[in-house]
Design a protein around this ligand. Structure first.
Ligand SMILES: NC(=O)c1ccc[n+]([C@@H]2O[C@H](COP(=O)([O-])OP(=O)(O)OC[C@H]3O[C@@H](n4cnc5c(N)ncnc54)[C@H](O)[C@@H]3O)[C@@H](O)[C@H]2O)c1
Length: 246
């Protein structure tokens, strides 16, 4: 049986990388998927890749860090689709710099997207999720939540996501909504391809599993958390990192 048949799943940052892999796996498991990203141009190749599932996917432009945009998105979804079973807060950015050189803009932009975006999307999704018999929130944290040189902004945002997730788990359990986080290690996407070669090699050499992760490795864990198999799991952080976080 398909794991997400008849479920409506919303994935943010779904135009590429990990978000695209999560959307694809959810479609393969029978879900109807709402894919969100910054602008429609980003979706061109995603649309081609997923064309066979066209009838079960909706692509929408929205900046998750902009409250007006998020508010409007949920008004529209309520009118057009009317139901939501799972929210995957995957949209995320990096603006790396050493702490002593980090600008306010670098700090704030990362907090705005990674942490405030997760807050806003969860906040506005709640009313629809509580009407589901299997409401799910899955947030993307990172192995960097434990601290990482050059990523004070990113590490703080991803540690914040863990605190937010655990609080959502506590507050929303009474509405049968679970909230969990997935903390990827080093995954092959545009985000990590932007890291200079020397730093990339240093990271990869530390991975106990001896290989970089693929977006599908993360999608598998997220789909598990969205499925019935994870109905009694809430407030956890699943590391999907080949042992990097140990
Ligand atoms: N790649 C890794 O190694 C890694 C490791 C740990 C955690 N993560 C996390 O996984 C998630 C996905 O990462 P990825 O590697 O696929 O990144 P990516 O940069 O390849 O993709 C991120 C997507 O999010 C979208 N996005 C950015 N800001 C947005 C906004 N304000 N509103 C809507 N969409 C927005 C981008 O347009 C892009 O399509 C992120 O939260 C990231 O922090 C990634």
């Amino acid at each position: 049986m398909l794991k997400l048949e008849n479920r409506v799943i919303l994935v943010t940052g779904a135009a590429r990388g990990i978000g695209l892999a999560i959307a694809r796996r959810s479609l393969l498991e029978g879900a109807r998927v709402v894919m969100i990203d910054l602008n429609m141009d980003d979706f061109e190749s995603a649309r081609e890749l997923l064309h066979e599932h066209e009838s079960r996917m909706v692509l929408k432009a929205c900046d998750v860090s902009n409250e007006d945009c998020v508010k409007e998105l949920f008004v529209e979804l309520k009118d057009s689709i009317g139901a939501l079973d799972g929210l995957v807060n995957n949209a995320g950015i990096t603006r790396d710099n050493l702490f002593m050189r980090m600008s306010m803009e670098q700090w704030q932009s990362v907090i705005n997207v990674n942490l405030t975006g997760t807050f806003l999307m969860s906040r506005y999704a709640c009313n629809m999720l509580r009407k589901s018999s299997a409401g799910r929130i899955v947030n993307l944290s990172s192995v960097a939540a434990n601290g990482n040189p050059g990523q004070a902004n990113y590490a703080a945002s991803k540690a914040g996501v863990i605190g937010l997730t655990k609080t959502l788990a506590l507050e929303l359990a009474r509405y049968k909504i679970t909230a969990n986080a997935v903390a990827p290690g080093f995954i092959e996407t545009d985000m990590t391809r932007a890291i200079p070669d020397k730093a990339r090699e240093a990271w990869i050499s530390q991975i106990p599993a001896g290989r970089v992760g693929q977006p599908e490795d993360i999608a598998d864990a997220v789909v598990f958390l969205l499925s019935d198999a994870a109905a009694y799991i809430t407030g956890t952080v699943i590391g999907v990192d080949g042992g990097l976080g140990l």
